[in-house]
Write a protein that binds this ligand. Structure first.
Ligand SMILES: Nc1ncnc2c1ncn2[C@@H]1O[C@H](COP(=O)(O)OP(=O)(O)OP(=O)(O)O)[C@@H](O)[C@H]1O
Ligand SMILES: [Mg+2]
Length: 301
């Protein structure tokens, strides 16, 4: 269990976190989302004890990060946003070195290293130097390291970033396994589709404040249809026309997203065509987490 209790943090005069509180219960997967610079990494660094908060505290299985950092750190596995390792060490040797921090002897650490690195798909790169690892390989290595101590709590910061489709699938399975094993998982991501698939709850953060917490059931229940119309000659007049059919219209690249349209798609398309627009594609999707993200973040500005 991870309990974040009223943490605040300033860098100079800039308040990066303002009274952030939320829990991640055992057996629960929580997605942590928000725009760039919202405060996700800062929150995470405080949770794992590498950055002290100005006020507030985080409990990891009842161990305080501020008062009992040693124990708190033992019970949480962490994959940092940008994993930094000793570049000239080989993967296995560096793993053994890190395992030493957990009091593990060399031979035990070597066999655990082989097993975990194999598990994360690095079995062929045990003796490769870390400086020659790609971003995805570094993330995989960091995943293996986070499991050294077999902790009951995990925090992953943008772990999907840089992973190939196989790596993403591996991560997905791993999180599901952790959930079954009643562990607590907090993960930040900009890939809302993955958050939607994995999380039981989503914490939205913006400008250092938690602006909303929703269960995935609540998010799914509020899912509404969205009509996506791709136009070859998209301009502001076309967007104005679309606004006549919905209170929530968004433009992305050459497409208009019309949320919960008041009229049948064919009627909207017909009006656009009659107004001289070249419709290249129309499709109907279910908007859920992405739409809610824009709404929640937009309203919190
Ligand atoms: N060590 C630091 N010194 C000064 N400012 C910092 C420091 N660390 C973070 N910040 C600032 O705090 C704010 C929150 O940063 P943070 O890295 O937590 O955002 P984030 O939500 O993780 O963003 P992203 O999605 O881009 O990873 C940003 O404005 C950032 O510039
Ligand atoms: Mg970050």
């Amino acid at each position: 269990m991870i309990s974040i209790d009223k943490i605040s943090k300033s860098f100079g005069r800039f308040k990066a976190l303002d009274n952030v509180s939320f829990d991640v219960r055992n057996g629960e997967v929580v997605g942590f989302v928000g725009p760039n610079g919202a405060g996700k990494t800062t929150t995470i660094r405080i949770c794992v004890g590498v950055l002290p908060p100005d006020s507030g505290d985080v409990l990891i299985d009842d161990y305080s990060v501020t008062r009992d950092k040693r124990n708190a750190s033992r019970y949480v596995g962490w994959v940092p946003e940008i994993p930094i390792f000793e570049p000239d060490e080989s993967a296995l040797n560096y793993f053994v070195y890190l395992a030493g921090y957990y009091g593990m002897g060399t031979s035990e650490a070597r066999s655990l290293g082989r097993k975990l690195l194999e598990e994360v798909g690095l079995g062929d790169s045990l003796n490769k130097k870390l400086k020659n690892f790609s971003l995805g390989m570094k993330k995989r290595f960091a995943l293996a390291v986070s499991m050294i101590n077999n902790p009951d709590n995990f925090i992953f910061d943008e772990v999907l970033n840089g992973l190939d489709p196989l790596g993403v699938a591996f991560f997905r399975d791993l999180v599901k396994k952790f959930k079954k094993e009643n562990r607590a998982v907090l993960f930040s991501s900009h890939i809302l589709k993955e958050v939607e698939d994995l999380a039981d709850r989503v914490v939205f953060i913006n400008r250092g404040k938690v602006v909303k917490i929703m269960t995935m059931d609540e998010i799914k229940a509020s899912a509404k249809p969205v009509l996506v119309i791709k136009l070859r000659n998209l301009d502001s007049r076309a967007v104005d026309i679309a606004r006549g059919y919905s209170e929530n219209v968004r433009v992305e690249k050459d497409a208009i997203y019309i949320y919960n349209p008041k009229t049948e798609p064919a009627d909207i398309v017909e009006v656009l065509v009659r107004s001289g627009y070249k419709v290249e594609e129309t499709k109907k999707e279910e908007a859920s987490l992405e739409e809610i993200f824009f709404k929640v973040i937009g309203e919190s500005k």
